[in-house]
Design a protein around this ligand. Sequence first.
Ligand code: NAD
Length: 424
Amino acid sequence: MAEKTSRIPGFFKLPPQERLERVAEIAGLDEAAVRHMSDTGNLSAESADAMIENVIGTMNVPVGVATNLIIDGEETLVPMATEESSVVAAVSNAARQCRDSGGFHTAMSGALMIAQVQLVDVPNPEFARLQILEHRDDIRAICDETDPVLSQHGGGFRDVEVRVLEGRSGAMVVTHLIIDTRDAMGANAVNSMAEAVAPAIAQWTGGRTYLRILSNLADRRLARARATWTPEAIGGASVRDGMIAAYDFAEVDPYRAATHNKGIMNGVSAVVLATGNDTRAVEAGAHAYAAQTGSYRSLTRWEVDADGNLTGTLEMPLAVGLIGGATRSHPTARICLDIMGVTTAERLARNIAAVGLAQNFAALKALATTGIQKGHMALHAKNIAVMAGATGDEVDAVAQELVTGGTVRVDIAEAVLARLRGQG
Ligand code: NAD
């Protein structure tokens, strides 16, 4: 084993296989581990190497397909990339239960992203604010010249807004460029515009510009989904009332709301990842939006309509694209878009919102009825069986015994496995 060091000069210049060998030497990986890491599956080492730095392998995550969804009248199959059991089944179940009442209805507020330019060292920030606003046409020209391709696709500059904020070291003037990024998520697009506009803002005002970057609080790019579940479809009025009570809890308690929204993101992030989009960008936007009233709340709203049906809505920022980042360069992402039949970023975002709502329905229903662990049990038991060393047919056999016995624990799995092997 080579000396333990994290200093590997020229590491970034090596091809992936040589990097892997260097890491294997330092970390003491055996041949089997190196062979495992060399198998990059359906993302070639060359493609992976072109996506990020210092690549030595890939991390495969299962892609499952959620069934039963009708979204805006369309039968839709939704690929989901996730390592968490029960997520795909939950969406499929929730979607089945609202098929008779029309499935999911979705909408989008637009595809507007916000880029921020921070200006400091201005003694009269309100004056500077108006100076910047007077240059709206110049700002439009700079933005659109920066990304003529976006303009050709019908996107580009839409508006400018300027806010004066009180920082600890004095006032700052924050310019928001409002840009329609069409089928792109738009981070690179709007960051370039913010960088191009900044010197002009400094010149017009006499101040100094610092940060020039998008906001992930994409509250001009809200995806909306709604659906109705009849009491008959979900197991009766008491289930509905239990779900409303669970939702009420999330509305008044951030400790609960965090977990409630995490459940929504189980679905949202899985589709975002399957389509090669930026999960962190969407997650940051979702949680910031959930806290926009000053207290952290549920991203969904649940009510009972005049006929006693359960109605749910989800509204959240969803900055996703079909162009740029890994959406184009990852072959799996492209195929996942094909499975969904998605040809616009708006449709992708709307489908994701439907999945988020379905996921939340499933979690609330499980919590209000059997509890969350029961639904998780079968797949969880399989994971525990594998942890205990089960392989092949043993996995199902051990898992089955764990579920029947009612306690899913690795020590019990080990005992079951030893007994099965002893019998064999
Ligand atoms: P991009 O710059 O790679 O591609 C977008 C460009 O494609 C547009 O600017 C436009 O010129 C062109 N284009 C061609 N056809 C288009 C169409 N129909 N609609 C729109 N544009 C079209 O990608 P991007 O979307 O600007 O940036 C996304 C990437 O930025 C993601 O990988 C993300 O992870 C990364 N990123 C995110 C953050 C953040 O969220 N804070 C910060 C930096 C980078």
